[in-house]
Design a protein around this ligand. Structure first.
Ligand code: SF4
Length: 495
């Protein structure tokens, strides 16, 4: 909860001949709810017709028995979304449906493309194909662009052999840049795609008589599927009556978002074969070794700070305790659309346990500080409840650079650490001490190699070039020299 950011999206897909899959997709989306809370959608095919239902709100609000019963079919995909500011509207909900040739396609996207302007220019030559002009393209329409490009391939295509979408994907995917984990269906096939960097996760699972695709392994568990493998970066997986086919459309350069390990993914998910929960505990242990504190109690900012606080306690020998009771019926703070409301959300969600805090020196552990608004209020609440010293520990490095790959952190000016030193942040938060986990220690805690990650929000070293024309505002703190170049390239952007 300390990470006052908007999450990535979540995707789910299933192919299960002889079964109605809508209920399983519903469960899968329920398990992925933490990745997006603004809209939810399901598309199912019965072999002849694709039906799509999408609504604003949480999965449980968006669907009921009547709607699920209307989603007939044994092939389907689902999507939960957190939109960017100003685009929280039904038309941006997914899955996206497009009529093509004699049928249709539906698509769910997790991630953000970084070459939308180029792609829209291509589509802009086709009247009616895409409603935005190139200059109007923003991050909310990049998924629509993918669907439009695929539809364009259908109109350019040859006689149907039942593999039109697969052929369209192999043509379109190499043109896309940025982050994209996709699930797609036509009437008879399910597809899963990961971008060549594998920035967002996507896994393949097996269930009785069927196959499942999901953003996280936790969504396999809920439908009784077992983990088979991750969809590889640069891989297209096609699933139909013949089984699973793997098509390599690009060479892999794995750069999984390290923030998935820090905050986004559920703790009961596995990434790169590693338990996220255990990795977060190791982050806390590393933090205790790097930045010890003289205190009576280690407490988390619930719930995202819990595993790291447990690790900090274990490595430091300082007792673990609870300083807050969390109201479980309030969503993550970032559901509220503006800063003022986000501020009031802290007290609604977290109530301090004064009896556990009064007169104590506490170490407070959280996974990250992005905007800082929430964290500052947490400190105030702890002091009012009687804590005599507050030592804040963060199980990731300072979050300095905006994400262009599907995590909405706002503009660079919104990031607390963009231009402040750790000492200045300590003063701003009003804590007795403050420490962030070093990047090397964070990576070590994942037990995965440094080169396998994107860590651009900590380093400014973006693995996929980011076009400046769309992002001047969010990077306004950059130097004129950077702007002159027109693109932030990985080797340029490291600071
Ligand atoms: S910039 Fe940060 S949040 Fe975005 S993909 Fe990279 S590591 Fe993840």
């Amino acid at each position: 909860m300390g990470s006052d950011v908007r999450d990535a999206c979540g995707v789910f897909g299933i192919y299960a001949p002889g079964h109605m899959v809508a209920n399983q997709i519903y469960l899968g989306l329920f398990a992925l709810q933490h990745r997006g809370q603004e809209s939810a959608g399901i598309a199912c095919s019965d072999g002849d017709t694709i039906t799509v239902i999408k609504e604003m709100g949480l999965v449980a609000q968006a669907f009921d028995d009547v709607k699920l019963a209307a989603l007939d079919g044994h092939i389907g995909i689902g999507h939960v979304r957190y939109s960017t500011t100003g685009s929280s509207e039904w038309r941006n909900a997914q899955p996206i449906f497009r009529s093509v040739a004699d049928g249709g396609i539906a698509l769910g996207h997790n991630g953000n493309l970084t070459n939308t302007t180029e792609l829209a220019e291509v589509l802009g030559t086709l009247p009616g194909m895409f409603e935005h002009s190139a200059t109007e393209v923003d991050s909310t329409s990049d998924s629509e662009l993918i669907a439009a490009l695929l539809a364009q391939e259908f109109s350019n295509g040859e006689d149907s052999d039942g593999r039109d979408l697969e052929r369209a994907l192999t043509t379109v995917l190499p043109k896309l840049s940025g982050a994209f984990s996709l699930v797609l269906i036509d009437e008879a096939h399910l597809f899963g795609v990961r971008d060549p960097h594998g920035i967002r996760p996507l896994v393949l699972g097996r269930t009785d008589g069927g196959w499942v695709l999901a953003s996280e392994t936790a969504a396999l568990d809920i439908v009784g599927a077992h983990f088979v493998r991750e969809v590889e970066p640069g891989e297209l997986v096609a699933i139909d009556a013949a089984g699973v086919r793997s098509i390599r459309y690009a060479d892999p350069t794995p750069n999984l978002c390290i923030f998935e390990f820090v905050y986004i993914a559920r703790p009961d998910t596995q990434l790169y074969g590693k338990s996220v929960h255990l990795a977060r505990q190791r982050m806390g242990e590393e933090l205790a070794r790097q930045a010890p504190a003289d205190a009576d109690m280690v407490m988390p900012v619930p719930e995202s700070g819990v595993p790291a606080a447990q690790g900090y306690s274990r490595a430091s020998g300082i007792a673990y305790g609870d300083g807050f009771v969390k109201n479980r019926y309030v969503g993550r703070t970032f559901i509220q659309p503006d800063q003022r409301q986000r501020g009031s959300g802290v007290r609604i969600k977290l109530n301090p346990i004064a009896a556990n805090l009064s007169g104590k020196k506490v170490v407070v552990v959280d996974d990250s500080i992005v905007r800082g608004t929430t964290t500052r209020q947490i400190i105030t609440v702890l002091r009012e409840a009687g804590a005599v010293e507050v030592h804040f520990r963060v199980s990731s490095p300072p979050y300095r650079w905006p994400c262009f790959y599907g995590l909405d952190t706002g503009e660079r000016a919104d990031l607390l650490a963009a231009d402040m030193s750790v000492g200045e942040i300590q003063d701003f938060l009003g804590v007795d001490s403050l420490a962030y986990l070093d990047l090397d220690r964070l990576v070590a805690a994942t037990e995965v190699g440094h080169e396998s990650f994107c860590s651009a929000c900590f380093t400014g070293n973006y693995p996929v070039a980011v076009p400046l024309q769309d992002t001047k505002l969010v990077l306004e703190n950059r130097s004129a020299a950077d702007h002159d170049f027109g693109q932030i390239l990985p080797e340029q952007s490291a600071q």
